[in-house]
Design a protein around this ligand. Structure first.
Ligand code: 6R9
Length: 658
């Protein structure tokens, strides 16, 4: 039985960049050739974007694969690169962060002010006994202090581990214990869905289970009542009173910068370890190249949470190292109403917007009339990250947000890759809706079959990265074996196949006739229908291409005749009637629509109309839980689920449909 993924859909629409953007683009088509001619020299030039106190002796040491060292011998300070050097260059008055609280309160933080706060926080952490190499956990809402806390750690060489505000006691304490963190930085609470949501009680419970924690630093955000222990210190009584003078000391390029946990589908969360020089080089380079950032004029907004890698690389390290002005928003997209995102774009004249397919599909569900009410003419580049973006969601984004003008960059990458790997370049690529297109200059990606052979154009298989890259994970925290097993033991040298080390990303992918890359979802989610491997992404995209559908998640459920059968959970668009007969008619029509679009093999056995889907805090659909429902099992681990009530709704719908 072949493990190669079938790919069924084809997409022929293509959108070249606007001429004016192409003419002034930061990166042009030549970059691909330059990087192909001499990849390491190319990365060396990108590293020169940063300010190093000591130059490197060697660009890449790959003598002990898969353990890479980049910019060996070089030294730098990450916080200096993100803050001080912009102030020294005379840009201290430039706004670093336009912060918008959910209730509508605002703060403006300039680079000069950011320097003061980061220096004060660095002094406070030092006073609390944190030294280079120690770990600090950060559990904060989306407030400027989250960026300040991360940069303060980087400044003193402490390794941060950010945990999503809103993760459970269980999730938080496991992560603190795995990293042996000495300090937690948190807040009384943050605003979500129009009300204060407490964080401190979760920290209190977690700290009771974590012997390593010596101090808890608490930002006052909501003014909620908090219990107090002798480990607790208020941020405003310590950080804000500390000396604003702090001299950043340099660290080696391979000094650990942060650990970020990814949950994956099985086992304990993995502590992905990133280091200093290579990580910052690629975060900075990609943020400049992929978004075509012009720091003097652009207003950039990434809607991610700081607890996701996207928040690390594209709210903190990428934009700040590039001296960008950005918007940071605390809350949810429907508070006080469903126009909140567009109101923010309009208010701050956002020119670059980076968001996730889940949000785009939610906006589709809410209706076209909402974005239409706002002036979105400031937008010039749109980005997407986190999941495959269905072609129809891409088209909706382009039409209703980009108003048919703006390029869309669909950026594929992972916590493990640290920064964007596969993406169009907005001034170069004629993008196809739903495709991440090509590896960036300097990155080597391929699609291989189960024999590790590169597939020809038109073929499908597994996405791999065939050369090391600067922002690659260095290992799984304290688990080198799991690092090798998870990423390097499927293809190439790690699997006893040749002498080349090949990184397995865990995603299915295909190359279309032009060689453009299409991501097909996690291979764990692939369905096996009558002996055919079918990707969840393609069936979902076929459903979303029906005008009545905003969002869909499909899973393979055990089936006596076909091995697995496709079960689809579908959210209709806002104006669609689904009661009674109309609902049954729609389901029939959707099943036929999929069969017509992709072929009869992909026709869902069952379609459920639902109002929500189970998602992680970073907006990824948790198909594993839907599979549990479809196969009538009790639910597995739900600790990373954003809203647990969703599953009750879906399960009861499933039962009543039986
Ligand atoms: C940045 C981030 C990584 C997984 C990845 C893939 C999926 C992310 C994607 C995409 C298709 C894109 N993914 N971006 N799939 N197209 N543009 O999301 O990191 O949370 O670690 O998730 O997300 O499956 O392997 P992370």
């Amino acid at each position: 039985m072949s493990e190669t993924l079938e790919n069924l859909s084809s997409e022929t629409r293509q959108f070249p960049p606007p001429a004016d953007l192409a003419a002034a683009a930061n990166v042009t088509a030549e970059a691909y050739q330059e990087a192909a001619d001499d990849r390491l020299a190319y990365w060396e030039r990108q590293a020169e974007r940063l300010s190093w106190t000591k130059p490197w002796d060697q660009v890449l040491d790959w003598s002990n694969p898969p353990f890479a060292k980049w910019f060996v011998g070089g030294e730098l300070n990450v916080a200096y690169n993100c803050v001080d050097r912009h102030v020294e260059a005379g840009n201290g008055d430039r706004v670093a962060i336009h912060w918008e609280g959910e209730p509508g309160d605002t703060r403006t933080v300039t680079y000069a002010e950011l320097l003061i706060s980061v220096s004060q926080a660095a002094n406070t952490l030092t006073e609390l006994g944190v030294v280079a190499g120690d770990r600090v956990a950060i559990y904060l809402p989306m407030i400027p202090e989250a960026a300040v806390a991360m940069l303060a750690c980087a400044r003193i060489g402490a390794t941060h581990s950010v945990v999503f505000g809103g993760f459970s006691v269980e999730a938080l304490s496991t992560r603190i214990n795995d990293a042996d963190a000495k300090v937690v930085i948190t807040a009384d609470g943050g605003y979500r869905r129009g009300k204060p949501s407490a964080l401190k009680p979760t920290v209190d419970e977690a700290v009771a289970r974590c012997a390593s924690i010596e101090h808890v630093l608490v930002v006052r955000r909501t003014g909620q009542e908090v219990a107090w222990t002798d480990k607790d210190k208020w941020w405003h009584e310590t950080v804000e009173q500390a000396s604003p003078e702090h001299k950043a000391q340099p660290f080696e390029a391979e000094h650990p910068l942060f650990i970020l946990y990814t949950s994956g589908t099985t086992g304990n969360p993995k502590g992905i370890l990133h280091t200093t020089g290579g990580y910052l080089t690629q975060a900075s380079y990609t943020h400049n190249a992929v978004f075509d950032l012009k720091p003097e004029t652009d207003v950039y907004w990434c809607t991610a949470d700081i607890g996701w890698v996207t928040g690390h690389s594209y709210i903190v390290y990428g934009p700040l190292s590039n001296g960008a002005t950005q918007v940071m928003y605390e809350g949810t997209p429907d508070t006080p109403d469903r126009g909140r995102f567009w109101q923010i774009v309009d208010k701050y004249k956002v020119s670059i917007l980076y968001t996730a397919p889940t949000l785009i599909r939610t906006m589709m569900k809410w209706g076209d009339d909402i974005p239409a009410k706002y002036d979105l003419s400031s937008l010039r580049v749109l980005g997407s990250v986190g999941e495959p973006i269905n072609p129809e969601a891409w088209m909706w984004y382009r039409e209703h947000v980009g108003r048919e003008r703006t390029p869309i960059v669909d950026t594929w990458w992972q916590t493990e890759t640290g920064a964007v790997m596969i993406s169009p370049l907005p001034g170069v690529t004629a993008a196809k809706p739903g495709s991440a297109m090509t590896a960036l200059p300097g990155i080597s990606a391929d699609v291989v079959d189960d024999q590790a052979e590169s597939v020809p154009n038109g073929g499908g298989g597994f996405l791999v990265l065939t050369e090391p890259w600067p922002s690659m994970l260095r290992t799984i925290w304290r688990d080198d074996k799991r690092f090798i097993d998870t990423y390097w033991s499927r293809f190439g040298a790690g699997a006893g196949n040749g002498d080349k080390w090949v990184y397995f990303a865990g995603d299915g992918a295909k190359k279309d006739e032009d060689g453009a890359l299409w991501l097909l979802g996690r291979v764990d989610d692939v369905m096996l229908i009558s002996g055919h491997n079918i990707s969840t992404t393609e069936v979902e995209s076929a459903l979303v291409s029906h005008p009545a559908v905003a969002e869909a998640a499909v899973v393979g459920a055990t089936d006596p005749t076909t091995g697995q059968a496709i079960v689809a959970f579908t959210i209709p668009r806002g104006n669609v009637v689904t009661e009674g007969e109309a609902g049954q008619e729609l389901i029939k029509e959707l099943r036929n629509h999929v069969a017509k679009t992709l072929g009869p093999i992909a026709k869902p056995r069952q379609i459920m109309l639902v109002t929500e889907l189970p998602k992680t805090r970073s907006g990824k659909i948790m198909r594993r839980l839907l599979r549990d429902v479809a196969e009538n099992r009790s639910l597995g681990d739900v600790t990373t689920l954003q809203d647990s009530a969703v599953m009750d709704l879906i399960s009861s719908g499933m039962n009543s449909a039986k």
